[in-house]
Design a binder for this molecule. Structure first.
Ligand SMILES: Cc1cc2nc3c(=O)[nH]c(=O)nc-3n(C[C@H](O)[C@H](O)[C@H](O)COP(=O)(O)O)c2cc1C
Length: 215
């Protein structure tokens, strides 16, 4: 059997950049936009991947990757199954946190706030832009529920594909978008000797307060 790696010795220095208060945008959403542009321009793989952390009624946190589809001054959007594990947790507790990690830039961004469902028209519009196969997959997948087998799922795909030859593929009510409305951000830039730069934005009386945090 292959020997397990000793992860205690896996380390590197973070030397890609630095972050100073004077260079930060007063608006964290604009600051996020600058960093997202940098990530896209740096050709980072999956720059829109974000970890979504939720916590339901039982108080047990749960995290998974989803794709950021849109962001603007109202917040951050992604799409999923409303009856998935995360969907049920959000229904029970609308507080959530998003995490972006852009490895090649040594940058991390945390965003937290309250989550709400996007209006149905916006979910419809986005659903209609998805490739046919992805729309069918969304319809047949009872996301996060146990299923009998992959074969059974593929049978559902086949059936739905036949149905869709004669009827439009419309967004099912159980699938759609969420919007996280941010109340807190943290921008992290890795630095040498683990003395990283961290800045937190917190919203109070509609004004963003910016503070440097210890690494
Ligand atoms: C790169 C990547 C992108 C993903 N994008 C999404 C997404 O946009 N929406 C989604 O529902 N799940 C997405 N997933 C799957 C989720 O991580 C997760 O398995 C699924 O949503 C079920 O999560 P839940 O059981 O906690 O609800 C993605 C996974 C990966 C690794």
């Amino acid at each position: 059997m292959k020997k397990q790696q000793d992860t205690r010795n896996v380390r590197r220095e973070y030397v890609q950049g630095q972050l100073a208060k004077k260079n930060l945008d007063q608006d964290p959403i604009r600051q996020f936009g600058h960093w997202m542009n940098d990530a896209v321009e740096a050709k980072i793989k999956d720059p829109t991947c974000m970890t979504l952390a939720t916590c339901g009624e039982d108080g047990m946190p749960s995290a998974r990757i989803v794709l950021l589809k849109h962001h603007d001054k109202s917040g951050f959007c992604w799409y999923t199954h409303y009856q998935s594990a995360k969907g049920i947790q959000i229904q029970d507790n609308p507080k959530a946190s998003l995490l972006f990690y852009w490895h090649d830039l040594d940058r991390q961004v945390r965003v937290s706030g309250l989550v709400e469902k996007l209006p149905v028209e916006i979910s419809d519009r986005y659903f209609d832009t998805r490739p046919k196969e992805s729309r069918i997959s969304a319809i047949v997948s009872p996301q996060s529920k146990p299923i009998e087998s992959r074969e059974a799922l593929l049978q559902q795909v086949e059936q739905q594909t036949l149905i869709s030859e004669n009827t439009a593929i419309v967004r099912p009510e159980f699938w759609g978008g969420y919007l996280l409305k941010p109340s807190e951000f943290e921008f992290w830039q890795g630095r040498e000797d683990r003395l990283h730069d961290r800045f937190r934005y917190q919203k109070a009386d509609n004004i963003w307060k910016i503070e440097r945090l210890a690494p």
